[in-house]
Design a protein around this ligand. Structure first.
Ligand SMILES: Nc1nc2c(ncn2[C@@H]2O[C@H](COP(=O)(O)OP(=O)(O)OP(=O)(O)O)[C@@H](O)[C@H]2O)c(=O)[nH]1
Length: 382
């Protein structure tokens, strides 16, 4: 007869195996906890770094440089909604070189972002992150430089006050990295910090731009030229090239205002600014100095070539009648004074050199007015 087994203790060998399994599990959990801690620490450092970014290029380059490393991702891109291309235009004017950011993309509207939204009432919906397998037909536009073997992606909405401003696009060669069943709290938190930082630097850059431009004509203002002139004088000294300066004044503008009214005068100022701009190179800077006076800073141009450009501007302004909003037409001419900075003496303060250059162009303008207007006069040292 067999004896019944009454003991509840498992045999010694099972206990040892269980112990070992528990130890292994504990070691695994500890390793995971350490890994999570290290990820959290890296992300906290990342958050601090992006919160501290003081301008747009600094922010986006930090995101593209750091996020793929700390998140162990093969691709990170950003799409910004820029309905009327205002962000792109302003950043470009502030000197952002978009060629440096091939992973920074712009969309005209929310439906280009790839989220699954009801076609009706697009703007009122806050989309959920989209986690799925990479499909070139659907996702290639979000990953223009998709690395070989991209397998899974997460498109995470960038939301500000429930308004969508773009998307953060994450790509991995690991097919299990982004699956629809995965929790999205972590990436949503990350996207919300990125969204705040983006909105912050974009509005700062917009304010900076507004502070440097003339609201009537859209060209730069005096503050911009004063600053830029100092930078260019320093650069011209270092790199040994010439800069020139033009003072442009619309002739008898008071008469224009008196005949067509202030509104009509404003239309004339806008059109003259556009006609001047049409004759300039991208590197030249046009500003309105107030009233009916414009100035142009020409980079790498001697007196002769600046006078040549000035003559083109004079002819362009006078070439055809200007059509005003109220249906009237006016004939406009402008007088222009041109001065150049020869080989600037290295030891003179740039501020003094700048003031002198402006004064010389102003003196030449005065002579152009005295000489009968609608002409270009070069400054000649006495
Ligand atoms: N419409 C408009 N007029 C302006 C603006 N700022 C200044 N003005 C006008 O520009 C005119 C400048 O007149 P003046 O400085 O006497 O010179 P001018 O009539 O152009 O004569 P010359 O320069 O000697 O040819 C004044 O009537 C100002 O009121 C502006 O933003 N809009």
């Amino acid at each position: 007869m067999r004896q019944q087994v009454t003991g509840i203790q498992p045999p010694q060998t099972d206990l040892a195996a269980e112990n070992q399994a528990l130890r292994a599990r504990l070691a695994y959990l500890l390793e995971q906890a350490e890994r999570n801690h290290s990820i959290m620490t890296r992300h906290q450092a990342f958050d601090l770094e992006i919160v501290g970014a003081s301008n747009f290029p600094e922010l986006v380059s930090t995101i593209f440089r750091t996020l793929p490393v700390i998140s162990e991702l093969e691709s990170v891109t950003l799409t910004l909604i820029d309905e009327d291309a205002d962000i792109h235009t302003v950043m470009e004017k502030l000197g952002v070189d978009f060629a440096q950011f091939p992973d920074l993309l712009f969309a005209e509207s929310i439906d280009e972002l790839g989220f699954e939204l009801e076609p009706r009432n697009l703007a009122a919906q806050a989309p959920r992150p989209l986690l799925c397998m990479y499909e070139a037909a659907r996702h290639a536009r979000h990953f223009p430089q998709a690395p070989q073997g991209l397998q899974s992606v997460a498109l995470v909405p960038l939301l500000r006050n429930k308004r969508i401003i773009g998307s953060l696009n994450l790509g991995s060669v690991d097919p299990t990295r982004f699956t629809p069943s995965l929790g999205t709290d972590f990436i949503e938190h990350m996207a919300s910090i990125i969204a705040i930082c983006l909105e912050n630097v974009i509005s700062n850059e917009m304010l900076k731009y507004i502070g440097l431009t003339d609201s009537l004509t859209g060209v730069y203002n005096r503050r911009y030229i004063d600053r830029r002139l100092l930078e260019e004088i320093a650069r011209a000294r270092r790199q040994n090239y010439q800069i020139s300066f033009m003072y442009i004044d619309i002739d008898h503008f008071k008469r224009v205002n008196d005949t067509v009214g202030h509104q009509g005068g404003d239309d004339v100022l806008r059109e003259v600014a556009a006609r001047i701009k049409a004759e300039l190179r991208l590197s030249d800077a046009l500003a309105r100095f107030g009233g009916e006076e414009f100035v142009v800073l020409l980079i790498d141009a001697d007196l002769e070539s600046a006078a040549f450009v000035a003559e083109r501007i004079r002819a362009g302004v006078a070439a055809s009648l200007i059509e005003l909003a109220q249906g009237l037409q006016v004939s406009i001419t402008a007088s222009i004074g041109v001065a150049s900075l020869g080989q600037p003496e290295q030891d003179r303060p740039a501020e003094q050199v700048a003031l002198e250059l402006i004064a010389h162009a102003d003196e030449a303008l005065y002579q152009a007015k005295e000489g009968g207007r609608n002409r270009v006069i070069r400054y000649q040292p006495h």
